[in-house]
Design a protein around this ligand. Sequence first.
Ligand SMILES: NC(=O)c1ccc[n+]([C@@H]2O[C@H](COP(=O)([O-])OP(=O)(O)OC[C@H]3O[C@@H](n4cnc5c(N)ncnc54)[C@H](O)[C@@H]3O)[C@@H](O)[C@H]2O)c1
Length: 331
Amino acid sequence: MSQKIINKKILVTGSAGFIGYHLTKTLLRKNYEVVGIDNLNSYYDKKLKIDRNNELLNYSKKYKKKFSFFLIDIKNKKEVYKIFKTYNFLKVFHLAAQPGVRYSFIKPHKYIETNILGFFNILENCKNHDVKKLIFASSSSVYGATKKIPYNENFSETSPIQLYAATKLSNEIMASTYSKLFKLQIIGLRFFTVYGPWGRPDMAMFKFMESIINNKELVLYNKGEHFRDFTYIDDIIDGIVKAGNYFSKEFEIFNLGNGKPIKTLKFALQLVKTLNVKPNFKFIKKQKGDMDKTYADVKKAKRLLKYKNKVNIEKGIINFVNWYKNYKKII
Ligand SMILES: NC(=O)c1ccc[n+]([C@@H]2O[C@H](COP(=O)([O-])OP(=O)(O)OC[C@H]3O[C@@H](n4cnc5c(N)ncnc54)[C@H](O)[C@@H]3O)[C@@H](O)[C@H]2O)c1
C-alpha cells in the first residue's frame, strides 16, 4: 500500500510510557514523522518501557514509518536544546513526568526535577524554536480537595492535596503565562485514571491483575469506596490527537475523562468476573494524599474537540486482560 509520510516532525516526550507509547503508535499510523524521547527510568519495571519502545521501533520498521528514539532526560537542558535544534518540530506532545501519589512522599525531589525543571526546559525550547503547538499532560489530581462535582476546568476549582498534583497545577500556571507572554498555542489535558493494554504497573488495574494471577490478596484502599473516573486508553488518545488539531488562540485546559465514576470495588469485581475467579479482597484504610472521588465534566472537550467516550468498562477490562495474558505468556 502506498503511503505518504507527512513531512512535519512531532516530538513525543515520555514515548516509552503508557500513554506516550499509544500516542506515538497512533501518530505513526497516521503517517506523521515522530521523534520520541524518554529516560527509561525505573520508577516501575524498566523492561515494560523497553518492550513498548521496541514495539514502536519494530512497527515503524515493518510498516516503513518514520520513528526515531533518543534516550534523553528532560531535566538536562543541553540535551533538550540539542533535540529541538536538530529537528524542526511542528508540534510537541509533552507526556514525560514523574507520576504517582505515594512515591511523592518518598522521593519528592524527582517531582521537582522532572515535572518542574523538565517542564520548564520543554516550554523554553518551544518558545525558542518556534514550535506551533504544545500539548501537555496535566492531571485530574489538580482538583484534589474540590468538593464541587463533576469537576470542570475552572482554575478556581483546583485544590491539590499532594506534591504530584501541585507540580501539575504549577505546569498549567507556567504554560498559561508563557502562552500569553510569547503568543504560544498551548493546551493542557487533565487525564482521569487511564487504563488499558500496556498500562502502568503502579496503577489499580495492573495491581489488581497481578494480585489475582499470583494468588495474593487484592488490596483495596479506603475499603474500595474511592470513586474513580476510569478512562480507556483509546478514548484518551483520541482526545489527545483532537487537541493536537484544535486551534486555540489562548491557553486552554480540557478534562479528558469518562464522566462515569465507579467505585474501585466495582472495578475490581468486574475484573474478577472477567477472569472467572473467586475474589480475595483485603480492605485497608485510606492513604495520605488520595482523593475520595474523581469525576470529569467532559462537556468542554465534547463541544470543542468533538471528544467521545467509546469504550465501556466491560470491554476495556476484557482488552486489558487479553493483552496482559499475551504479554506475560499466560495461557
Ligand atoms: N495514566 C494516567 O492515568 C494519568 C492520569 C493523569 C495524568 N497522567 C499524566 O500523563 C502523562 C503520561 O502518563 P503515563 O501514565 O503514560 O506515565 P508513564 O510513567 O508510563 O510515562 C511517563 C514516561 O516519562 C518518562 N520520564 C519520566 N521522567 C523523565 C525524564 N526526566 N526525562 C525523560 N523521560 C522521563 C518515563 O520513563 C515514562 O516512560 C504523565 O505526565 C502523567 O503525569 C497520567
